[in-house]
Design a binder for this molecule. Structure first.
Ligand code: 6PG
Length: 238
């Protein structure tokens, strides 16, 4: 399902409504809602909308789709962004928040710790962003993590960043019941049309490989990001 919104605020409102629908459905059916939050800056606007949501937050378990190799209080930390804009304002209990323990010494220790947390997890929702290079989570073009078929959580060396990143892998992402991409901004329009409308080598545009096996895939886009899409070709919801 592709949803095109006027702008980032409208996109966030529409995505928040879908988030709440999925969450309430999971809570009604299973008594809980298990979600992987996205990093980057786009989710900030969504989080602001979620603070007004009518939802039993005590039933929600929070994981992270990826993390940078920085301490949890660092300005670049995805955990810190989510904590400041969503988890703390909602007073989410610490035991419901499962972050990557980036303070552990070695990258593989961080990844092994997170693998132990997510190895039996099936997400009700995975939130994702997309970079202009087609990366999602910390699955960057041409990196080793794209080839992972067994582990759910890995450390991924990203040459273009000259840095380690931590990321969920395609097996666990594609096992989710729902995946929502949030993509805004004209700088992503060219990549987006390639990701959605064409095929190609899997490691060229990693977002192409997000194909939930039995789950629903939603793209929440603003007009700017969606400008090159053929609006006759897909089921759209404005
Ligand atoms: C990260 C994210 C990454 C992000 C995209 C889009 O750690 O940076 O997980 O995959 O979602 O880079 O980022 P923006 O929302 O800032 O455009």
């Amino acid at each position: 399902m592709i949803v095109i919104a006027n702008d980032l605020k409208d996109l966030s409102r529409k995505a928040a409504a879908e988030f709440v629908r999925i969450a309430n459905d999971s809570i009604e059916k299973k008594g809980k809602f298990v979600i992987a939050l996205s990093g980057g800056s786009t989710p900030r606007a969504l989080n602001a909308q979620l603070l007004q949501a009518d939802l039993d937050w005590s039933k929600c378990e929070f994981f992270f789709g990826d993390e940078r190799n920085v301490p949890p209080d660092h300005a670049d930390s995805n955990f810190r962004m989510a904590n400041e804009t969503l988890l703390e304002p909602l007073r989410i209990a610490k035991e419901k928040i499962h972050r990557w323990k980036t303070e552990l010494l070695k990258p593989n220790e961080v990844a092994n710790d997170y693998e132990s947390k997510v190895k039996d997890v099936k997400f009700d929702l995975v939130l994702l962003g997309m970079g202009a290079d087609g990366h999602t989570a910390s699955l960057f073009p041409g990196t080793e993590a794209l080839k992972e078929t067994k582990r759910n959580a890995v450390a991924n060396w990203v040459p273009k960043l000259d840095a380690w990143r931590y990321t969920l892998t395609f097996p666990i992402i594609n096992d989710a019941a729902n995946v929502i991409f949030l993509v805004a901004g004209e700088d992503k329009a060219e990549t987006l049309v390639s990701v959605i409308e064409s095929e190609g080598p899997p490691d060229e545009l990693p977002s192409r490989s997000v194909k939930p096996t039995n789950g629903e895939l939603f793209w929440f886009l603003d007009e700017a990001a969606a400008k090159h899409l053929d609006k006759n070709q897909f089921a759209f919801r404005s």
